[in-house]
Design a protein around this ligand. Structure first.
Ligand code: FAD
Length: 395
């Protein structure tokens, strides 16, 4: 009997094939070398993203009639492999994928026909605009308004910390459509094209002393006129429902990207510790080093399993809010531990730009805030746990 390898147990033949061909394609593009160039010269790899689309790798989550494979698991594989191959490329893809997955789930046929092909081909980039100056973790406190004027809506407000915000062509923007009720029942989500009059990029921020190849934008909506219900996703005042669903998908895909980002850094730590000699032997022979490796591998593997467990739940029709929060929590903390320990294992060199460890360390620190902070992830997990005990003592 032929012995299966571990990947054959976890993933189907089609999933493994997708991963292998994607890896080969990214290697062919020399994505790792381009990542290094971005790190040195700070440019936004827009063209590279287009190539990924041209080759047909983008948007595997889309239904078959839109050229996809209809499953989130492929999207997680894509996010993971991009994270491993070229971090800025993975970040362009991140919000684009959250946007096309949400349009696919909530869009009407006209919206899907108009936006999905361009997002899938990489001709257009998507962004998610929820966060505002006064509404971060408390997403229900957004103030951006969309006032109805006949067949149109007039969007006014500000959004902050928006990944790809200044480069996106298509933005999903959450706004209050009924200020008279609780925001949970009075918000809607709109598709806004960036060339619409009144859409303004106030500025792009630098993150943690520079996150080359990405943009994090402050956006202003100054009476942006949106044509009626055509541009609304999921129906009027249904924005909160769409948001929570979007966030579950965002968190698990974000976690998949982090698992990918951590992988080459872990490999660097292993290889470096085998090569580097001190006290007459490879430092990997010291348990102070090799036990760090054991912890890093264990935590990263756990995060990866949580990611794929979660996407399979979502593919099976579950909401999986708790699981996606756990995946994001585990993946960001595993990545942080991997990056932190890799810097330590590389010693003084780990802090220089000779190796990607110091950049990874900054990326890993950053990863605990987007898509909901890790405190909020813990909040969601405990809330869901206690829900199951409702009515019992202390529940
Ligand atoms: C790199 C990056 C990319 C981002 N991309 C996007 C994007 O594309 N689209 C978008 O809409 N947003 C984006 N964000 C915004 C991100 O989602 C928010 O920064 C995040 O949700 C936290 O909000 P805040 O920054 O306002 O912090 P706050 O909500 O003000 O939180 C401040 C601190 O208080 C803690 N805190 C708040 N409430 C609680 C609580 N109930 N219990 C315990 N602790 C609590 C938080 O955990 C945090 O430590 C991005 C952020 C970053 C850094």
């Amino acid at each position: 009997m032929k012995m299966q390898n571990k990947e054959e147990i976890l993933f189907s033949a089609a999933e493994n094939e997708f991963r292998e061909s994607l890896r080969a394609f990214l290697e062919g593009l020399d994505a790792k070398k381009i990542e290094r160039e971005i790190y040195e010269r700070d440019f936004y790899p827009r063209e590279l993203y287009g190539k990924l689309g041209d080759a047909g790798f983008l948007a595997p989550v889309l239904p078959v009639e839109y050229g996809g494979m209809g499953k989130l698991v492929y999207e997680a594989i894509l996010a993971e492999e991009l994270g491993a191959a070229c971090v800025p490329l993975a970040w362009i893809h991140s919000t684009s994928s959250y946007a096309y997955a949400t349009i696919a789930r909530y869009g009407n046929e006209e919206q899907k026909g108009k936006y999905l092909p361009a997002l899938k081909s990489g001709a257009k980039i998507g962004a998610i605009a929820i966060t505002e100056p006064e509404a971060g973790s408390d997403v229900m406190r957004i103030k951006t308004s969309a006032e109805r004027k006949g067949d149109e809506y007039l969007i006014c407000g500000e959004k902050r910390n928006i990944t790809n915000g200044s480069r996106a062509d298509v933005l999903l923007v959450w706004a209050i459509t009924n200020p008279e009720v609780d925001p949970g029942s009075g918000m809607s989500v709109f598709i806004v094209e960036s060339d619409t009059k009144g859409f303004e990029v106030e500025r792009d921020f630098k993150l943690l002393g520079g996150f080359p190849g990405t943009v994090n934008s402050y956006l202003r909506f100054d009476a942006v006129r949106i044509h009626g219900k055509n541009m609304m996703l999921g129906g009027e005042n249904e924005g909160a429902r769409v948001m929570f669903d979007e966030l579950s998908i965002e968190r698990v895909l974000y976690a998949a990207m982090l698992v990918g980002e951590a992988r080459p850094i872990l490999e660097l730590a292993v290889e470096y510790s085998m090569d580097r000699e001190q006290f007459g032997t490879a430092i990997s022979r010291f348990e102070g080093i090799s036990f760090k490796i054991a912890d890093m591998v264990t935590k990263l593997e756990a995060a990866k399993l949580m990611v794929y467990h979660t996407v399979r739940l979502i593919d099976a029709g579950f909401e999986a809010e708790q699981e996606s929060a756990m995946a994001k929590l585990l993946a960001s903390e595993a990545f942080y531990e991997v990056a932190h320990n890799t810097v330590q294992i590389l010693g003084g060199r780990g802090l220089t730009d000779e190796y990607p460890a110091e950049w990874a360390f900054r990326m890993a620190r950053l990863s605990m805030i987007p898509a909901g902070t890790n405190e909020i992830m813990r909040f969601i997990v405990q809330r869901e746990v206690y829900k199951g005990y409702k009515g019992k003592k202390g529940g």
